[in-house]
Design a protein around this ligand. Structure first.
Ligand code: ATP
Length: 361
């Protein structure tokens, strides 16, 4: 079912949480909203499920205007960010609660609880009460409760936050499989861009109550249309170097090369460079890079398979990632040479943040 938000405005006091947001979510997609804390993800979801009202704008569900429809009439499953389980009810009763409230037939409720519990591997917990569960188990129960509803659209608001890495990975796989099985539209919010890239078919980058970019996840990563999308998606954060175009050349921090920004040859820009696009001169893949930068190592974070290397290039900080595969990362304070291929540098207009160089596919 298609979900459409049209020019949504929502303010809380002086705070404009949603600022004329437009978004159409494709039916049966796994669409992830990713943005920093406070960007408006939860507010948008609360409007969709009907817990709050927008100041302006319309929401369409399957083409029908539900902007003013009572929450109970909206066929949307919801896993809220701050879930609460009833302490005196068992897991099965907690899961069944919304359906019990809606006076669904008992046999149907039981069948749904069993099925969803099976999918989320919590069947063995059904008779327990919340005080007998770990934090992660409680979270799975809350997810299960949200997914129990007979709906074509499910909204999950940061459902894996705070879980340990292994459990998150497992639940991510299960949720993707579950979406396939239900054939439903999943709308999922997170502020963790790695989680977003792992989960999303379609990725919506949201910032300050507006959509920055909405594309296939890999497209957002490879071809950010705005500097903010490059900044928000990917870890470690991309390097954003303020600079300018002059006489058809890019001058930004330690970078100086002929511009690829078609049509523009002067003005203030931001040059964007992902950490993995910085190559270490003594590595085999360095040969294709044409810009050479001298830098000193200011910090190394060894992540096992790779290292995040923080560099100082003549007073300009740069972040690089270095695959280790047996190699020893450079030492703190070491003087090293790194290389950059200008083709990997993305150019953005400094004022609007919009991409300037031609998209490379
Ligand atoms: N009930 C409220 N009263 C006042 N301000 C609110 C309320 N709800 C949200 N806000 C504000 O609206 C903005 C958007 O909040 P929202 O919770 O939607 O962000 P979010 O992207 O979901 O963040 P997070 O990732 O932390 O959940 C924030 O600045 C927040 O402080």
């Amino acid at each position: 079912m298609t979900v459409s938000f049209q020019s949504i405005v929502k303010t809380y006091g002086a705070k404009r949480a949603l600022d004329g947001l437009d978004l159409t979510v494709a039916p049966k997609s796994f669409t992830v909203l990713c943005g920093p804390p406070g960007s408006g993800k939860s507010a948008l979801f609360r409007l969709l499920v009907g817990l709050e009202k927008a100041d302006a704008g319309r929401i369409l569900l399957g083409g029908q205007d539900i902007t003013d429809a009572p929450p109970a009439t909206r066929a949307i499953g919801y896993v809220p960010q701050n879930f609460a389980l009833f302490p005196h009810l068992t897991v099965a009763q907690n899961m069944a609660y919304p359906l019990t409230l809606a006076k669904a037939p008992k046999a149907e409720i039981a069948a749904r609880v069993d099925r969803t519990a099976g999918i989320l591997s919590i069947t063995h917990l059904l008779k327990k009460t919340p005080d007998q569960l770990s934090g992660g188990e409680k979270q799975r129960v809350a997810v299960a409760r949200g997914l129990l509803k007979d709906a074509e659209v499910f909204v999950l608001d940061d459902p894996l936050v705070g879980l340990d890495y292994k459990l998150r990975e497992r639940l991510m796989d299960e949720l993707k499989a579950l979406r396939e099985e239900l054939g439903a539209t999943f709308l999922y919010a997170t502020s963790d861009s790695l989680e977003a890239l792992t989960m999303a078919q379609r990725l919506v980058v949201i910032d300050q109550g507006r959509v920055v970019q909405h594309d296939a996840a890999i497209e957002v990563y490879d071809h950010p249309r705005f500097a903010r999308a490059l900044d928000l998606i990917g870890f470690p954060h991309a390097n954003l170097l303020p600079g300018h175009l002059a006489g058809g050349r890019v001058e930004a921090g330690p970078l100086s090369f002929p511009s690829t920004a078609g049509g523009r040859d002067s003005g203030q820009i931001v040059a964007g460079l992902r950490p993995e696009a910085i190559r270490f001169a003594d590595r085999p893949d360095a040969a294709t890079s044409t810009l050479t930068i001298e830098a000193t190592v200011s910090l190394v974070e060894n992540l096992g398979g790779e290292a995040v290397v923080y560099l100082d290039a003549g007073g300009i900080p740069l972040t690089a990632t270095l695959p280790l595969s047996g190699a020893i990362p450079p030492a703190f304070g070491a003087a090293i040479t790194v290389q950059v291929d200008p083709a990997d540098v993305m150019l953005f207009d400094a004022a609007s943040g919009a991409r300037l160089d031609a998209r490379r596919v």
